[in-house]
Design a binder for this molecule. Structure first.
Ligand SMILES: Cc1ncc(COP(=O)(O)O)c(C=O)c1O
Length: 320
């Protein structure tokens, strides 16, 4: 989908015009994949626009950089501020998708050069709709198991949200789309379920909510964590475990979670209907609880909503 341009991008400490946020073609990340990033959503709420789980996303960004030993030239608070600034400076009061990216920039060539190239940091934001199609979250999607496995443990670390991991995602998601499915699911190297190309996977069997454990090459999704907490609060048993592929075929319900897809029901897998082939009752109750965080129906007792003080964010931008 085309990116709906906004006015400003935060780039290495200050807001620059969208079209000026450019990099050199010899940047290290472009050649060797040395980039880590995040994807967040800001929502319009009754108390104004709020960024969902901002601190947790920033922590994961720093964790990803730590795994790859990428020097961080900024503090977590600077990244948080940058996220608030791109919302305020671009007037994104109706909510937005926010993309922080940290990458090895221009200055050295070679996979592991003697001197580290400088680290560049950028944060952009724009209005973004449904990732898997406009009615995907209400109607559900048809998906397949990919012929490509997810990255194996101790090859590319799945817990790091690194650009290189998305080569695996492109193989999985691209194959699925060429075959006419909305999304593909990768298996882990041992043949158990792992995750979608850009989302975590859940299924419901006999009233229990199951999701692949972190050891099965999944990203530790913040929506995954949110949904597990909301489910446990509602008395639903949740298990993080190894899940054989065929359990998905005979599940009562299944759904994806992720910042982009939010909570998207799965209607069929490999052309086999899951449950009734429509979003199931547990999926729908968790959707209601999840979206309730943003319309005020679900109390935010965890402090997950970071309300953007537009005037304060603009003051910080002006002083930076
Ligand atoms: C591979 C992959 N798995 C899972 C997720 C879901 O993570 P989150 O809920 O933190 O967005 C994402 C999205 O970032 C992803 O790219």
């Amino acid at each position: 989908m085309p990116i709906p341009a906004t006015q400003y991008i935060w780039f290495n400490g200050k807001l620059v015009h969208w079209e000026k946020a450019t990099v050199h073609v010899l940047s290290h990340a472009l050649h060797y994949g040395s980039s880590v990033f995040e994807g967040l959503r800001a929502y319009e709420t009754p108390r104004g626009v709020a960024i969902f789980r901002l601190q947790d996303h920033t922590r994961r960004l720093f964790d990803s950089a730590k795994i790859y030993r990428i020097n961080m030239p900024v503090t977590p608070e600077q990244v948080n501020d940058a996220c608030r600034q791109v919302i305020a400076a671009n007037g994104l009061t109706r909510g937005a998708y926010i993309r922080p990216v940290v990458f090895k920039g221009y200055g050295e060539i070679g996979v592991c050069p003697k001197n580290e190239p400088p680290t560049d940091v950028a944060v952009a934001a724009w209005e973004w709709g449904r990732y898997l199609g406009h009615d995907s979250e209400s109607a559900g999607v048809d998906v397949c198991i990919s012929s490509w496995n997810r990255v194996a443990p101790n090859t590319l670390p799945a817990l790091a949200k690194a650009a290189g991991n998305y080569l695996s995602s492109q193989l999985i998601g691209g194959e699925a789309k060429r075959l006419g499915f909305a999304e593909g699911i990768g298996l882990s190297i041992d043949g158990n379920l792992s995750e979608g190309s850009g989302e975590n996977l859940f299924l419901v069997k006999d009233g229990v909510l199951l999701t692949p454990a972190l050891a099965h090459s999944v990203l530790g999704g913040l929506t995954r964590d949110t949904v597990m907490r909301l489910a446990r609060e509602r008395g639903i048993e949740v298990r993080e475990c190894a899940i054989p592929r065929e359990l998905l075929y005979i599940a009562d319900e299944a759904f994806f979670t992720g910042t982009a897809v939010e909570l998207t029901p799965i209607n069929s897998v490999d052309r086999l209907t899951v449950g009734t082939g429509k979003p199931g009752p547990i999926t729908e109750s968790l959707q209601t609880a999840f979206y309730g965080l943003f319309n005020g129906d679900t109390p935010d007792k965890w402090g997950w909503l970071d309300y953007v003080d537009m005037a304060a964010a603009l003051r910080v931008a002006a002083s930076g």
